[in-house]
Design a protein around this ligand. Sequence first.
Ligand SMILES: Nc1ncnc2c1ncn2[C@@H]1O[C@H](COP(=O)(O)OP(=O)(O)OP(=O)(O)O)[C@@H](O)[C@H]1O
Ligand SMILES: N[C@@H](CCO)C(=O)O
Length: 511
Amino acid sequence: MTRNFTVKVPATSANLACGFDCLGASWDGIDLSLSVSHKPYPATQGSQPVISYTGEGAGEVPLDPYKNLTTRVCIYVLRCHDIIEFPDDLVIKVHNEIPFGRGLGSSGAAVVAGVLLADALADLHLSPSRQLDFALMVERHPDNVAAALIGGFVGSYLKTLPQGALDPSSVPMSEVLPEYPPDASKDWGKKPPVPPQEIGHWLRYGWAEQIKALVVIPQFELSTAKARGCLPAQYDRSDVVFNLQRLAVLTTALSLSPPDPELIWEAMQDKLHQPYRSELIPGLPEITKTLTPKSHPGLLGICLSGAGPTILALHTHNHEGIAQGILDIFERNGVKCRMEVKSISMTGSTQVKGINYTQYRDETQLPSIMELIDSELSEPYINMTYRYFVHTWPELTFLAYDETKAVGVVVCKQERHKSGLMRGYIAMLSVRTDYRKQGIATRLVQLALEAMISGGAEEIVLETEVDNSTSISFYKRLGFMSEKRLYRFYMNGKDAFRLCLPVVESEDAYT
Ligand SMILES: Nc1ncnc2c1ncn2[C@@H]1O[C@H](COP(=O)(O)OP(=O)(O)OP(=O)(O)O)[C@@H](O)[C@H]1O
Ligand SMILES: N[C@@H](CCO)C(=O)O
Protein backbone atom coordinates (compact mmCIF):
# COMPACT_ATOMS: atom_id res chain seq x y z
CA MET A 1 0.00 0.00 0.00
CA THR A 2 1.18 3.51 -0.73
CA ARG A 3 0.71 6.03 2.08
CA ASN A 4 0.47 9.72 1.47
CA PHE A 5 0.33 12.86 3.56
CA THR A 6 1.08 16.56 3.42
CA VAL A 7 3.22 18.75 5.66
CA LYS A 8 2.71 22.51 5.78
CA VAL A 9 4.91 24.99 7.66
CA PRO A 10 4.17 28.73 7.75
CA ALA A 11 6.56 31.65 7.28
CA THR A 12 7.50 33.45 10.48
CA SER A 13 8.86 36.78 11.66
CA ALA A 14 11.27 36.49 14.57
CA ASN A 15 12.16 39.21 17.11
CA LEU A 16 9.31 41.70 16.52
CA ALA A 17 11.81 44.43 17.45
CA CYS A 18 12.50 44.24 21.19
CA GLY A 19 12.08 40.43 21.48
CA PHE A 20 15.48 39.55 20.01
CA ASP A 21 15.86 35.74 19.80
CA CYS A 22 12.70 35.13 21.85
CA LEU A 23 9.54 36.38 20.06
CA GLY A 24 8.08 35.07 16.81
CA ALA A 25 4.83 35.17 14.87
CA SER A 26 3.64 32.92 12.04
CA TRP A 27 1.76 34.13 8.97
CA ASP A 28 -1.14 32.69 7.02
CA GLY A 29 -0.88 31.98 3.31
CA ILE A 30 2.89 31.89 2.92
CA ASP A 31 3.99 28.32 3.46
CA LEU A 32 6.49 25.60 2.76
CA SER A 33 4.45 22.52 1.72
CA LEU A 34 5.48 18.93 1.16
CA SER A 35 3.25 16.44 -0.56
CA VAL A 36 4.59 13.00 0.25
CA SER A 37 3.95 9.42 -0.82
CA HIS A 38 5.84 6.30 0.30
CA LYS A 39 5.64 2.63 1.15
CA PRO A 40 5.35 1.87 4.88
CA TYR A 41 8.46 0.62 6.73
CA PRO A 42 10.36 -1.71 6.76
CA ALA A 43 12.40 -0.47 3.84
CA THR A 44 13.54 -3.34 1.66
CA GLN A 45 14.67 -1.82 -1.62
CA GLY A 46 17.24 0.74 -0.44
CA SER A 47 15.75 3.13 -3.03
CA GLN A 48 16.61 6.85 -3.02
CA PRO A 49 13.84 9.38 -2.34
CA VAL A 50 12.74 11.41 -5.35
CA ILE A 51 12.44 15.12 -4.58
CA SER A 52 10.86 17.71 -6.85
CA TYR A 53 10.73 21.38 -5.92
CA THR A 54 8.76 24.41 -7.13
CA GLY A 55 8.48 28.01 -5.93
CA GLU A 56 11.01 30.09 -4.00
CA GLY A 57 14.50 28.62 -4.25
CA ALA A 58 13.70 26.32 -7.19
CA GLY A 59 16.87 25.65 -9.16
CA GLU A 60 18.97 26.63 -6.15
CA VAL A 61 17.96 24.01 -3.61
CA PRO A 62 19.74 20.64 -3.87
CA LEU A 63 17.43 17.76 -4.75
CA ASP A 64 19.87 15.13 -3.47
CA PRO A 65 18.19 13.84 -0.27
CA TYR A 66 21.53 13.83 1.58
CA LYS A 67 22.17 17.47 0.71
CA ASN A 68 18.68 19.00 0.87
CA LEU A 69 18.10 20.67 4.25
CA THR A 70 14.63 19.18 4.84
CA THR A 71 15.55 15.59 3.98
CA ARG A 72 18.86 15.82 5.88
CA VAL A 73 16.95 16.87 8.98
CA CYS A 74 14.51 14.04 8.29
CA ILE A 75 17.23 11.37 8.10
CA TYR A 76 18.83 12.87 11.23
CA VAL A 77 15.55 12.42 13.16
CA LEU A 78 15.01 8.92 11.73
CA ARG A 79 18.53 7.83 12.71
CA CYS A 80 18.02 9.16 16.23
CA HIS A 81 15.21 6.57 16.30
CA ASP A 82 17.43 3.78 14.91
CA ILE A 83 15.80 3.94 11.49
CA ILE A 84 18.75 4.23 9.19
CA GLU A 85 17.15 4.73 5.80
CA PHE A 86 14.31 6.46 4.04
CA PRO A 87 11.27 4.27 3.33
CA ASP A 88 10.79 2.63 -0.07
CA ASP A 89 9.29 4.58 -2.97
CA LEU A 90 9.51 7.91 -1.16
CA VAL A 91 8.38 10.77 -3.40
CA ILE A 92 8.43 14.31 -1.98
CA LYS A 93 6.92 17.21 -3.92
CA VAL A 94 8.00 20.48 -2.34
CA HIS A 95 6.30 23.80 -2.98
CA ASN A 96 7.87 26.77 -1.24
CA GLU A 97 6.41 30.27 -0.94
CA ILE A 98 8.89 31.54 1.67
CA PRO A 99 11.71 33.57 0.09
CA PHE A 100 15.23 32.69 1.21
CA GLY A 101 17.41 34.91 3.36
CA ARG A 102 14.77 37.61 3.86
CA GLY A 103 14.02 37.15 7.56
CA LEU A 104 10.83 35.17 7.00
CA GLY A 105 12.12 31.99 8.58
CA SER A 106 12.74 29.95 5.41
CA SER A 107 15.50 27.84 6.98
CA GLY A 108 13.48 27.34 10.18
CA ALA A 109 10.53 26.18 8.05
CA ALA A 110 12.75 23.75 6.12
CA VAL A 111 14.03 22.32 9.42
CA VAL A 112 10.57 21.99 10.97
CA ALA A 113 9.33 20.36 7.75
CA GLY A 114 12.16 17.80 8.04
CA VAL A 115 11.21 16.95 11.62
CA LEU A 116 7.52 16.54 10.71
CA LEU A 117 8.44 14.52 7.64
CA ALA A 118 10.39 12.00 9.74
CA ASP A 119 7.62 11.92 12.33
CA ALA A 120 4.97 11.06 9.72
CA LEU A 121 7.12 8.64 7.68
CA ALA A 122 8.00 6.46 10.66
CA ASP A 123 4.87 7.10 12.80
CA LEU A 124 7.09 8.43 15.59
CA HIS A 125 4.21 10.34 17.26
CA LEU A 126 6.59 12.98 18.60
CA SER A 127 5.06 15.53 20.96
CA PRO A 128 5.36 19.21 19.91
CA SER A 129 8.00 19.61 22.63
CA ARG A 130 10.06 16.73 21.22
CA GLN A 131 9.62 18.07 17.68
CA LEU A 132 11.03 21.37 18.92
CA ASP A 133 14.00 19.54 20.52
CA PHE A 134 14.99 18.11 17.14
CA ALA A 135 14.47 21.43 15.37
CA LEU A 136 16.62 23.19 17.98
CA MET A 137 19.52 20.80 17.41
CA VAL A 138 19.68 22.26 13.90
CA GLU A 139 18.27 25.81 14.05
CA ARG A 140 19.70 27.10 17.26
CA HIS A 141 17.50 30.03 18.16
CA PRO A 142 13.97 29.07 19.11
CA ASP A 143 12.07 32.15 17.88
CA ASN A 144 11.34 31.09 14.27
CA VAL A 145 10.98 27.36 14.83
CA ALA A 146 8.73 27.66 17.91
CA ALA A 147 6.38 30.07 16.09
CA ALA A 148 6.40 27.90 12.95
CA LEU A 149 5.59 24.72 14.89
CA ILE A 150 3.04 26.07 17.35
CA GLY A 151 1.52 28.90 15.32
CA GLY A 152 0.42 32.35 16.44
CA PHE A 153 2.43 34.88 18.45
CA VAL A 154 4.90 32.89 20.50
CA GLY A 155 7.52 33.59 23.17
CA SER A 156 10.26 31.01 23.72
CA TYR A 157 13.52 30.42 25.53
CA LEU A 158 16.21 27.77 25.60
CA LYS A 159 16.24 25.85 28.85
CA THR A 160 19.37 25.65 30.97
CA LEU A 161 20.05 21.94 30.86
CA PRO A 162 21.27 19.93 33.87
CA GLN A 163 25.01 19.53 34.23
CA GLY A 164 26.31 16.71 32.11
CA ALA A 165 23.43 16.95 29.61
CA LEU A 166 24.36 17.36 25.99
CA ASP A 167 24.51 21.09 25.26
CA PRO A 168 23.01 21.49 21.76
CA SER A 169 24.87 24.73 21.15
CA SER A 170 28.19 22.98 21.77
CA VAL A 171 27.52 20.05 19.40
CA PRO A 172 29.13 20.95 16.08
CA MET A 173 26.52 21.23 13.34
CA SER A 174 28.58 18.79 11.26
CA GLU A 175 27.78 16.08 13.80
CA VAL A 176 24.08 16.81 13.81
CA LEU A 177 23.70 17.17 10.06
CA PRO A 178 26.82 15.67 8.52
CA GLU A 179 27.68 16.61 4.95
CA TYR A 180 27.14 13.27 3.30
CA PRO A 181 30.01 12.33 1.00
CA PRO A 182 29.02 11.19 -2.50
CA ASP A 183 29.83 7.57 -1.65
CA ALA A 184 27.89 7.58 1.65
CA SER A 185 26.32 4.20 2.24
CA LYS A 186 23.34 3.61 4.48
CA ASP A 187 25.70 2.95 7.41
CA TRP A 188 27.31 6.36 7.20
CA GLY A 189 26.41 8.84 9.99
CA LYS A 190 24.21 6.22 11.59
CA LYS A 191 24.50 7.34 15.21
CA PRO A 192 23.93 11.08 15.42
CA PRO A 193 23.69 12.92 18.77
CA VAL A 194 20.17 12.54 20.18
CA PRO A 195 18.77 15.83 21.57
CA PRO A 196 18.18 16.14 25.31
CA GLN A 197 14.50 16.34 26.35
CA GLU A 198 12.77 19.75 26.44
CA ILE A 199 15.50 22.02 25.15
CA GLY A 200 13.01 24.80 24.46
CA HIS A 201 9.97 26.12 26.30
CA TRP A 202 7.34 28.30 24.71
CA LEU A 203 4.12 30.16 25.39
CA ARG A 204 1.56 31.44 22.92
CA TYR A 205 0.30 34.98 23.60
CA GLY A 206 -2.99 36.52 22.58
CA TRP A 207 -3.12 38.50 19.33
CA ALA A 208 -5.81 41.13 18.71
CA GLU A 209 -7.73 40.11 15.62
CA GLN A 210 -7.57 43.62 14.11
CA ILE A 211 -3.78 43.42 13.81
CA LYS A 212 -2.48 42.55 10.34
CA ALA A 213 1.09 42.38 9.08
CA LEU A 214 2.35 44.31 6.09
CA VAL A 215 5.42 42.45 4.90
CA VAL A 216 7.74 44.47 2.63
CA ILE A 217 10.31 42.13 1.08
CA PRO A 218 13.42 43.66 -0.50
CA GLN A 219 14.80 41.96 -3.59
CA PHE A 220 18.16 41.21 -2.02
CA GLU A 221 19.04 38.34 0.32
CA LEU A 222 20.75 38.71 3.68
CA SER A 223 21.79 35.48 5.36
CA THR A 224 21.00 35.19 9.06
CA ALA A 225 24.65 34.29 9.65
CA LYS A 226 25.79 37.59 8.11
CA ALA A 227 23.12 39.59 9.96
CA ARG A 228 24.26 38.02 13.26
CA GLY A 229 27.89 38.61 12.40
CA CYS A 230 27.52 42.38 12.87
CA LEU A 231 26.07 42.13 16.39
CA PRO A 232 28.30 42.98 19.37
CA ALA A 233 29.37 40.27 21.81
CA GLN A 234 28.37 42.47 24.77
CA TYR A 235 25.78 45.18 25.41
CA ASP A 236 25.40 48.20 27.66
CA ARG A 237 23.12 47.53 30.59
CA SER A 238 20.95 50.54 29.60
CA ASP A 239 20.31 49.02 26.14
CA VAL A 240 19.34 45.66 27.63
CA VAL A 241 16.98 47.36 30.10
CA PHE A 242 15.52 49.43 27.23
CA ASN A 243 14.53 46.22 25.39
CA LEU A 244 13.33 44.38 28.51
CA GLN A 245 11.01 47.23 29.45
CA ARG A 246 9.47 47.24 25.98
CA LEU A 247 9.22 43.44 25.88
CA ALA A 248 7.32 43.52 29.19
CA VAL A 249 4.68 45.71 27.54
CA LEU A 250 4.62 44.45 23.95
CA THR A 251 3.50 40.86 24.60
CA THR A 252 0.29 42.05 26.27
CA ALA A 253 -0.15 45.19 24.16
CA LEU A 254 -0.55 43.07 21.00
CA SER A 255 -3.35 41.09 22.63
CA LEU A 256 -5.48 44.10 23.63
CA SER A 257 -8.47 45.01 21.55
CA PRO A 258 -8.67 47.66 20.21
CA PRO A 259 -4.89 47.93 19.87
CA ASP A 260 -3.23 51.08 21.26
CA PRO A 261 -0.98 52.47 18.46
CA GLU A 262 1.13 54.80 20.67
CA LEU A 263 1.83 52.04 23.19
CA ILE A 264 2.70 49.45 20.55
CA TRP A 265 4.85 51.78 18.43
CA GLU A 266 7.04 52.69 21.40
CA ALA A 267 7.13 49.06 22.63
CA MET A 268 8.40 48.03 19.18
CA GLN A 269 11.67 49.95 19.54
CA ASP A 270 14.91 48.03 19.88
CA LYS A 271 18.52 48.66 20.80
CA LEU A 272 19.91 45.13 20.61
CA HIS A 273 19.96 44.22 16.92
CA GLN A 274 18.32 46.67 14.51
CA PRO A 275 20.80 49.55 15.03
CA TYR A 276 23.70 47.20 14.19
CA ARG A 277 21.94 45.75 11.15
CA SER A 278 21.31 49.20 9.65
CA GLU A 279 24.60 49.04 7.77
CA LEU A 280 23.32 45.97 5.87
CA ILE A 281 19.85 47.35 5.10
CA PRO A 282 19.90 50.78 3.45
CA GLY A 283 17.04 53.00 4.72
CA LEU A 284 16.28 50.90 7.83
CA PRO A 285 16.83 53.63 10.50
CA GLU A 286 14.71 56.11 8.55
CA ILE A 287 11.88 53.56 8.14
CA THR A 288 11.76 52.64 11.83
CA LYS A 289 11.97 56.26 13.04
CA THR A 290 9.94 58.35 10.59
CA LEU A 291 6.88 56.17 10.02
CA THR A 292 4.70 56.62 13.11
CA PRO A 293 1.02 56.19 13.95
CA LYS A 294 0.71 60.01 13.60
CA SER A 295 2.35 60.23 10.17
CA HIS A 296 0.64 57.03 8.95
CA PRO A 297 -2.72 56.38 10.65
CA GLY A 298 -3.42 52.68 11.09
CA LEU A 299 0.26 51.90 11.78
CA LEU A 300 0.93 50.18 15.10
CA GLY A 301 4.62 49.36 15.00
CA ILE A 302 7.41 48.81 12.51
CA CYS A 303 10.52 46.65 12.68
CA LEU A 304 12.76 44.17 10.90
CA SER A 305 11.26 40.76 10.30
CA GLY A 306 13.77 38.39 11.91
CA ALA A 307 17.30 39.19 10.84
CA GLY A 308 15.95 41.21 7.87
CA PRO A 309 16.01 42.62 5.30
CA THR A 310 12.17 42.29 5.25
CA ILE A 311 10.26 45.06 7.04
CA LEU A 312 7.25 44.15 9.13
CA ALA A 313 4.63 46.85 9.70
CA LEU A 314 1.87 45.85 12.11
CA HIS A 315 -1.28 47.83 11.36
CA THR A 316 -5.04 47.86 11.61
CA HIS A 317 -5.80 49.67 8.33
CA ASN A 318 -4.24 51.92 5.64
CA HIS A 319 -1.74 49.32 4.44
CA GLU A 320 -1.39 51.14 1.10
CA GLY A 321 -0.35 54.41 2.75
CA ILE A 322 2.08 52.64 5.08
CA ALA A 323 3.52 50.58 2.22
CA GLN A 324 4.03 53.73 0.16
CA GLY A 325 5.95 55.33 3.04
CA ILE A 326 8.29 52.32 3.24
CA LEU A 327 8.65 51.94 -0.53
CA ASP A 328 9.55 55.66 -0.92
CA ILE A 329 12.42 55.34 1.58
CA PHE A 330 13.66 52.08 0.07
CA GLU A 331 13.47 53.59 -3.41
CA ARG A 332 15.59 56.60 -2.36
CA ASN A 333 18.12 54.03 -1.09
CA GLY A 334 18.05 52.02 -4.32
CA VAL A 335 16.21 49.01 -2.82
CA LYS A 336 13.48 47.31 -4.89
CA CYS A 337 10.72 45.50 -2.96
CA ARG A 338 7.48 43.58 -3.15
CA MET A 339 4.83 43.58 -0.44
CA GLU A 340 2.11 41.37 0.98
CA VAL A 341 -0.51 41.77 3.72
CA LYS A 342 -0.78 38.78 6.06
CA SER A 343 -2.89 37.62 9.00
CA ILE A 344 -1.50 35.66 11.89
CA SER A 345 -1.63 31.87 11.41
CA MET A 346 -3.03 30.18 14.49
CA THR A 347 -2.65 26.67 13.08
CA GLY A 348 1.14 26.58 12.89
CA SER A 349 2.59 23.54 11.17
CA THR A 350 0.32 20.71 10.08
CA GLN A 351 0.74 17.09 9.05
CA VAL A 352 -2.35 15.86 7.26
CA LYS A 353 -2.56 12.18 6.56
CA GLY A 354 -4.04 11.41 3.15
CA ILE A 355 -6.36 8.64 2.10
CA ASN A 356 -4.49 5.56 0.91
CA TYR A 357 -5.71 3.47 -2.00
CA THR A 358 -5.04 -0.20 -2.42
CA GLN A 359 -6.05 -3.08 -4.66
CA TYR A 360 -8.02 -5.96 -3.09
CA ARG A 361 -5.55 -8.20 -1.27
CA ASP A 362 -7.35 -11.01 0.57
CA GLU A 363 -10.45 -12.22 2.44
CA THR A 364 -9.59 -10.21 5.56
CA GLN A 365 -10.88 -7.16 3.65
CA LEU A 366 -14.23 -8.76 2.83
CA PRO A 367 -16.08 -7.71 6.03
CA SER A 368 -15.11 -4.06 5.41
CA ILE A 369 -16.21 -4.28 1.77
CA MET A 370 -19.55 -5.82 2.74
CA GLU A 371 -20.14 -3.29 5.50
CA LEU A 372 -19.40 -0.36 3.23
CA ILE A 373 -21.70 -1.59 0.48
CA ASP A 374 -24.54 -2.96 2.62
CA SER A 375 -24.84 0.35 4.46
CA GLU A 376 -25.13 2.21 1.18
CA LEU A 377 -27.02 0.28 -1.46
CA SER A 378 -30.72 -0.52 -1.61
CA GLU A 379 -29.94 -3.87 -3.23
CA PRO A 380 -29.01 -6.55 -0.65
CA TYR A 381 -26.17 -8.83 -1.72
CA ILE A 382 -25.28 -12.22 -0.31
CA ASN A 383 -21.73 -13.29 0.61
CA MET A 384 -21.49 -15.37 -2.54
CA THR A 385 -22.05 -12.31 -4.72
CA TYR A 386 -19.15 -10.47 -3.10
CA ARG A 387 -16.90 -13.52 -3.36
CA TYR A 388 -17.83 -14.01 -7.04
CA PHE A 389 -16.53 -10.51 -7.84
CA VAL A 390 -13.46 -10.24 -5.62
CA HIS A 391 -12.21 -13.76 -6.23
CA THR A 392 -12.71 -13.70 -10.02
CA TRP A 393 -11.42 -10.13 -10.58
CA PRO A 394 -9.32 -9.22 -7.49
CA GLU A 395 -7.39 -6.73 -9.64
CA LEU A 396 -10.63 -4.77 -10.24
CA THR A 397 -11.55 -4.09 -6.59
CA PHE A 398 -10.00 -1.06 -4.92
CA LEU A 399 -10.30 0.14 -1.33
CA ALA A 400 -9.66 3.56 0.23
CA TYR A 401 -8.26 3.63 3.77
CA ASP A 402 -7.93 6.36 6.36
CA GLU A 403 -5.07 4.81 8.36
CA THR A 404 -6.49 1.32 9.03
CA LYS A 405 -10.18 2.20 8.53
CA ALA A 406 -11.72 1.27 5.16
CA VAL A 407 -13.71 4.31 4.00
CA GLY A 408 -14.52 3.52 0.38
CA VAL A 409 -14.61 0.67 -2.13
CA VAL A 410 -15.26 0.02 -5.78
CA VAL A 411 -15.93 -3.52 -7.06
CA CYS A 412 -15.83 -4.32 -10.79
CA LYS A 413 -15.67 -7.14 -13.27
CA GLN A 414 -14.65 -7.51 -16.89
CA GLU A 415 -15.63 -10.05 -19.57
CA ARG A 416 -16.45 -10.25 -23.24
CA HIS A 417 -20.03 -9.15 -23.99
CA LYS A 418 -22.21 -10.88 -26.55
CA SER A 419 -21.71 -7.81 -28.76
CA GLY A 420 -18.09 -8.97 -29.05
CA LEU A 421 -16.72 -6.00 -27.10
CA MET A 422 -14.59 -6.47 -23.98
CA ARG A 423 -16.86 -4.91 -21.34
CA GLY A 424 -15.79 -3.58 -17.96
CA TYR A 425 -18.56 -3.31 -15.39
CA ILE A 426 -18.68 -1.21 -12.22
CA ALA A 427 -20.79 -3.36 -9.92
CA MET A 428 -20.57 -1.50 -6.59
CA LEU A 429 -19.20 1.81 -5.37
CA SER A 430 -19.50 3.12 -1.84
CA VAL A 431 -17.82 5.84 0.27
CA ARG A 432 -18.62 6.36 3.97
CA THR A 433 -20.93 9.37 4.39
CA ASP A 434 -18.45 11.19 6.67
CA TYR A 435 -15.75 10.89 3.97
CA ARG A 436 -17.78 12.24 1.05
CA LYS A 437 -16.78 15.34 -0.97
CA GLN A 438 -13.06 14.60 -0.74
CA GLY A 439 -12.72 13.09 -4.22
CA ILE A 440 -12.47 9.54 -2.86
CA ALA A 441 -15.16 8.07 -5.13
CA THR A 442 -13.58 9.78 -8.15
CA ARG A 443 -10.16 8.36 -7.30
CA LEU A 444 -11.58 4.86 -6.75
CA VAL A 445 -13.42 4.91 -10.08
CA GLN A 446 -10.34 6.30 -11.84
CA LEU A 447 -8.23 3.44 -10.43
CA ALA A 448 -10.85 0.92 -11.59
CA LEU A 449 -11.09 2.51 -15.05
CA GLU A 450 -7.30 2.48 -15.43
CA ALA A 451 -7.18 -1.20 -14.44
CA MET A 452 -10.03 -2.16 -16.81
CA ILE A 453 -8.60 -0.19 -19.73
CA SER A 454 -5.15 -1.66 -19.25
CA GLY A 455 -6.89 -5.08 -19.17
CA GLY A 456 -8.31 -4.39 -22.63
CA ALA A 457 -11.79 -2.98 -21.86
CA GLU A 458 -13.45 -1.43 -24.93
CA GLU A 459 -16.43 -0.08 -23.03
CA ILE A 460 -17.29 0.30 -19.36
CA VAL A 461 -20.85 0.18 -18.12
CA LEU A 462 -22.84 0.40 -14.92
CA GLU A 463 -26.43 0.75 -13.76
CA THR A 464 -27.82 3.38 -11.44
CA GLU A 465 -31.34 4.12 -10.18
CA VAL A 466 -33.14 6.57 -12.49
CA ASP A 467 -33.85 9.00 -9.65
CA ASN A 468 -30.30 8.97 -8.25
CA SER A 469 -29.30 12.31 -9.76
CA THR A 470 -26.11 12.57 -7.63
CA SER A 471 -24.82 9.27 -9.00
CA ILE A 472 -25.83 10.09 -12.58
CA SER A 473 -24.07 13.46 -12.59
CA PHE A 474 -21.00 11.94 -10.85
CA TYR A 475 -20.54 9.39 -13.65
CA LYS A 476 -21.36 11.95 -16.36
CA ARG A 477 -18.53 14.13 -15.03
CA LEU A 478 -16.25 11.14 -15.61
CA GLY A 479 -17.41 10.87 -19.24
CA PHE A 480 -20.21 8.28 -18.94
CA MET A 481 -23.31 8.65 -21.12
CA SER A 482 -26.84 7.27 -20.64
CA GLU A 483 -27.30 4.27 -22.90
CA LYS A 484 -30.74 2.93 -22.07
CA ARG A 485 -33.45 2.70 -19.43
CA LEU A 486 -33.93 -0.72 -17.84
CA TYR A 487 -37.51 -1.14 -16.64
CA ARG A 488 -38.14 -2.54 -13.13
CA PHE A 489 -34.43 -3.42 -12.97
CA TYR A 490 -34.11 -3.42 -9.17
CA MET A 491 -35.82 -5.73 -6.71
CA ASN A 492 -37.62 -2.70 -5.23
CA GLY A 493 -39.29 -2.23 -8.62
CA LYS A 494 -37.32 0.86 -9.59
CA ASP A 495 -36.01 1.50 -13.10
CA ALA A 496 -32.31 1.87 -13.82
CA PHE A 497 -30.29 3.82 -16.34
CA ARG A 498 -27.44 1.98 -17.98
CA LEU A 499 -24.50 4.37 -18.31
CA CYS A 500 -21.68 3.63 -20.71
CA LEU A 501 -18.15 4.93 -21.17
CA PRO A 502 -16.87 4.03 -24.63
CA VAL A 503 -13.11 3.57 -24.42
CA VAL A 504 -11.56 5.76 -27.05
CA GLU A 505 -7.95 5.54 -28.10
CA SER A 506 -6.61 8.25 -25.82
CA GLU A 507 -6.12 6.62 -22.44
CA ASP A 508 -6.94 9.75 -20.50
CA ALA A 509 -10.25 10.38 -22.23
CA TYR A 510 -12.14 9.51 -19.04
CA THR A 511 -10.28 11.83 -16.69
N1 LIG B 1 12.78 24.87 1.66
C1 LIG B 1 14.11 24.82 1.76
N2 LIG B 1 14.75 23.73 1.34
C2 LIG B 1 16.07 23.65 1.43
N3 LIG B 1 16.87 24.62 1.93
C3 LIG B 1 16.30 25.73 2.38
C4 LIG B 1 14.88 25.88 2.32
N4 LIG B 1 14.58 27.08 2.86
C5 LIG B 1 15.74 27.64 3.23
N5 LIG B 1 16.77 26.85 2.95
C6 LIG B 1 18.20 27.15 3.21
O1 LIG B 1 18.27 28.18 4.20
C7 LIG B 1 18.95 29.33 3.68
C8 LIG B 1 18.36 30.61 4.22
O2 LIG B 1 18.55 30.62 5.62
P1 LIG B 1 18.72 31.96 6.46
O3 LIG B 1 18.66 31.58 7.90
O4 LIG B 1 19.91 32.71 5.98
O5 LIG B 1 17.48 32.85 6.07
P2 LIG B 1 15.96 32.81 6.52
O6 LIG B 1 15.70 31.55 7.27
O7 LIG B 1 15.13 33.05 5.33
O8 LIG B 1 15.89 34.07 7.50
P3 LIG B 1 15.56 34.22 9.10
O9 LIG B 1 16.11 33.02 9.80
O10 LIG B 1 16.26 35.47 9.49
O11 LIG B 1 14.11 34.36 9.19
C9 LIG B 1 18.78 29.21 2.17
O12 LIG B 1 19.79 29.89 1.47
C10 LIG B 1 18.84 27.70 1.95
O13 LIG B 1 20.18 27.27 1.94
N1 LIG C 1 16.49 36.01 16.16
C1 LIG C 1 17.27 35.73 15.00
C2 LIG C 1 16.35 35.50 13.82
C3 LIG C 1 16.58 34.23 13.16
O1 LIG C 1 16.16 33.15 13.97
C4 LIG C 1 18.14 36.90 14.65
O2 LIG C 1 17.66 38.02 14.71
O3 LIG C 1 19.30 36.71 14.29
